[in-house]
Design a protein around this ligand. Structure first.
Ligand SMILES: NC(=O)c1ccc[n+]([C@@H]2O[C@H](COP(=O)([O-])OP(=O)(O)OC[C@H]3O[C@@H](n4cnc5c(N)ncnc54)[C@H](OP(=O)(O)O)[C@@H]3O)[C@@H](O)[C@H]2O)c1
Length: 312
């Protein structure tokens, strides 16, 4: 089955594959988003912090797709920070809408719980107000831990008046073990999971224990490892957020929606993922050991020079 839409708790239909505009240089953004549309994406994920909302808006305006067929998410990142304070959600959404050239968003996210400075319950009504004013159809959260989500859901007698529709978190097989409880809790409470950085096992941790099962499954399915990772996200019932500068990859991501992983494939991926990216741990141990040896040597020299100060 190709990438479907996922019905959110406010009744909207979110395409389960999205193209993210993080880290794309301003001058390439419009062209890259247009390429994503051409390859079959209809869901764009951006943020105040990515500093390219204007260029995303330009691509939306120039797209052959009508506005109602494009899902647009942006985030309150509190940028730019001034005098130690972050920009308010009210000012931020107005600025984002103006930059994107839109009169409403499909989804507005709190980029990180840190923006609430520990006052999650008290701050959430400000996000609810943005739905009531019609500036966005839905509001959601990002980088919320299980404990943050619980705090939010237990606010007020009956919980929040308007629930977050999604929690956008980093999700791939190497962090599945630690994310599982959050993912399952959110899904049980009607909050969909958006998985960002799903390809991290290939981009950041190549050479780890996942490489072997990914390659084996990919060969059997006549697919690529990145497609298998996206299919794994889909199998977890999550929305995959990815990106690429290359047309071929973007098309591969779209066709990954047709891959069917077996129960054994998922088990093999998660078993390898549970081992963690391995060599990075070894590299970290090497760095810590080197630093420790250097600190010890420095301390020894200090001690020795103190005892034999006539040497210096
Ligand atoms: N809420 C948050 O805090 C947060 C944080 C991070 C990301 N996000 C969202 O999620 C989106 C996607 O994040 P992401 O970029 O981390 O996603 P990703 O899907 O993990 O990585 C995408 C990158 O993978 C590369 N790639 C694809 N296949 C590869 C392979 N076989 N080997 C090596 N590299 C490969 C692509 O490079 P090429 O361009 O060369 O193809 C592309 O740059 C962001 O744009 C943003 O919208 C949100």
């Amino acid at each position: 089955m190709p990438w479907n839409t996922i019905e959110l708790n406010n009744g909207t239909q979110l395409p389960s594959l999205g193209f993210g505009s993080a880290l794309i240089p301003k001058e390439n953004t419009a062209e890259n988003v247009e390429l994503a549309f051409e390859c079959g994406f209809a869901h764009i994920d951006t943020a105040q912090a990515y500093r390219n909302e204007e260029e995303v808006g330009q691509a939306i305006k120039e797209s052959a797709l009508p506005r109602e067929q494009i899902w647009v998410t942006t985030k309150w990142s509190g940028f730019p920070w001034g005098d130690g304070a972050s920009k308010s959600p009210e000012d931020s959404i107005a600025e984002s809408l103006q930059k994107l050239g839109l009169d409403h968003l499909d989804l507005y996210l709190v980029h990180t719980p840190r923006l609430f400075s520990g006052r999650i319950k008290e701050s959430w009504p400000r996000l609810e107000a943005l739905v009531k004013s019609g500036q966005t159809k839905g509001v959601g959260i990002s980088n919320f831990t299980l404990s943050d989500v619980k705090t939010l859901l237990h606010s007020g007698e009956k919980g929040p008046e308007i629930k977050p529709v999604v929690n956008q978190i980093e999700l791939h097989p190497y962090n599945w073990h630690e994310s599982k409880a959050n993912v399952e809790f959110c899904q049980k409470h009607g909050i969909a999971i958006e998985a960002y950085s799903p390809l991290k096992p290939l981009t950041t941790y190549p050479g780890g224990p996942l490489d072997k099962p990914l390659k084996k499954i990919a060969e059997r399915l006549n697919a690529k490892p990145e497609q298998v990772l996206l299919a794994w996200v889909k199998a977890k019932g999550a929305i995959a957020l990815t990106t690429s500068t290359r047309k071929e990859r973007l098309s591969d991501y779209v066709t990954a929606g047709d891959l069917e992983l077996t129960h054994d494939d998922i088990k093999a991926i998660e078993k390898a993922g549970a081992k963690g990216p391995g060599h990075h741990k070894r590299a970290a141990v090497r760095i810590v050991t080197t630093v420790a040896v250097q600190v010890a040597a420095f301390a020894l020299i200090q001690w020795y020079s103190g005892k034999n100060s006539y040497f210096w």
